[in-house]
Design a protein around this ligand. Structure first.
Ligand code: GLU
Length: 427
């Protein structure tokens, strides 16, 4: 009965918003850090949230108005930073919750950035390329006063990509009267984007999974992995883990999963970018649903598709020993507690997929210095940044004997709290 009540509560959409999860995680972590109450209170609220109307003339001449948001959570350590998503489920609360996670993510990686997130409530699949371009340019114009290389730097997220960032950067630059590559990251390299940015979140997921496998004294050659989502994050993580020697036995896209207990050739399965929604067309031993993939008896599970996929409804059935979060917020707060009780290690998103924003930082540096780095240098610096963050988080975990998420929060929150204490509250 108790479980049923919990399930009912959690299926209430209000109860599982990203903001709700983010606030509960913050409250939990704040108990572990010697941090002033007032600072925690301040961090529960975004500094500013912009809400804009984005009118679009459709190809048939009709005009539609979409709603866009930009939540700027905290900038005590540097300019606001975070993605822009185009998705029908975007809400203000979701942007605020995701912007909080960006604040922690940047602090865990020790980047000189704060956290932001934004988006438009739209299904990009319903728009032509020309419509997406007009929508992005108008959104850039509506946000122009609030963004900038020293203020707030957007990047790609769900439903947006390098081309979206190119349009955004062009619209901003045209209006400002100067080419400003550093206003966004995740651009194509030809206009100031960084090599390796596109694959960076997936790359960091693989690096962190490799370190977690080693931490638990497992042999990567003997490790089985299931990856939910075969877009940029999931496919890059799966392929790199495959290269490291792991046995990737299942991958999925929105239509379902393919499974081969002997291991899949991940380089042969087309990614979403190579051929959209092609995973189920691949000739594999078995086809499963996304739900079944999540419950596979594997060593490592990588949810790398959307948020809220591990909930109280399936947390008891997750059979993996280690969950490495590729997506932002794939595990709800209540589900994380169930996994904790069951002894499943959950390596949080704010560490695992932080390679994206880390290479965004490299891109921003390259833009400011007008000097590109080689792909080799990006990979080397990303590897050492990830290892450093992994070291900080595992040290906090061992010292405090807490979950991986709590340990990552302790690292991030301590840095933010110190910065806030040293700057003070004005006036
Ligand atoms: N959208 C990505 C994330 O959630 C990247 C953000 C960025 O590079 O600014 O981490």
């Amino acid at each position: 009965m108790a479980t049923q009540v919990q399930d009912e509560q959690e299926t209430d959409p209000e109860d599982v918003t990203a903001l709700d999860n983010a606030r509960r995680q913050l409250e939990r972590a704040a108990k572990l850090v010697d941090v002033d109450e007032g600072i925690v209170e301040r961090l529960k609220h975004p500094t500013k949230v912009q809400r804009v109307a984005v009118p679009l003339k459709r190809d048939d001449g009709d005009v539609e108005v979409y709603t866009g948001y930009r939540s700027q959570h905290d900038d005590v350590r540097g300019p606001y930073k975070g993605g822009l998503r185009f998705h029908p489920d975007v809400t203000e609360d979701e942007c605020v919750g995701l912007s909080m996670w960006m604040t922690w993510k940047c602090a865990v990686m020790d980047l000189p950035f704060g956290g932001a997130k934004g988006g438009i409530v739209v299904n990009p699949k319903d728009l032509s390329t020309d419509e997406k371009e007009r929508l992005t340019r108008r959104f850039a114009e509506e946000l122009r006063d609030f963004v900038g290389p020293k203020k707030d730097i957007p990047a790609p997220d769900m439903g947006t990509d390098a081309q979206t960032m190119a349009w955004f950067m062009d619209a901003y630059s045209m209006q400002e009267g100067e080419t400003t590559p550093g206003v966004v990251t995740g651009k194509p390299p030809v206009i100031g984007g960084s090599y390796g940015r596109e694959e960076a979140p997936g790359r960091s997921v693989a690096i962190i999974a490799r370190e977690a496998i080693d931490y638990y004294d497992m042999d990567i050659e003997e490790t089985t992995v299931a990856v939910q989502g075969f877009g940029s994050v999931g496919a890059n993580a799966a392929r790199l883990l495959d290269d490291y020697g792991a046995n990737v036995v299942a991958v999925s896209d929105v239509n379902g999963a393919i499974y081969d207990p002997e291991g899949l050739d991940t380089h042969d399965v087309p990614t979403h970018e190579e051929e959209p929604e092609a995973v189920m067309k691949y000739d594999a031993q078995e086809k499963l649903s996304n739900e079944e993939l999540l419950e596979l008896d594997v060593d490592v599970l990588v949810p790398a598709a959307i948020g809220d996929v591990i909930t109280t409804a399936n947390a008891a059935d997750i059979a993996a020993d280690i969950v490495v979060e590729g997506a932002n917020g794939p595990t709800t707060f209540a589900a994380a507690e169930i996994l904790e009780d069951r002894g499943v290690a959950v390596i949080p998103d704010i560490l695992a997929n932080a390679g994206g924003v880390t290479v965004s930082y490299f891109e921003w540096l390259q833009d400011i210095n007008r000097r590109a780095w080689s792909l080799e240098r990006v990979y080397e610096e990303l590897e050492s940044s990830m290892l450093e963050a992994w070291g900080d988080v595992s040290e906090a975990r061992d010292e405090l004997d807490v979950t991986w998420r709590d340990a990552a929060y302790v690292v991030g929150l301590s840095r933010i709290a110190e910065a806030k204490e040293s700057r003070g509250l004005w006036p």
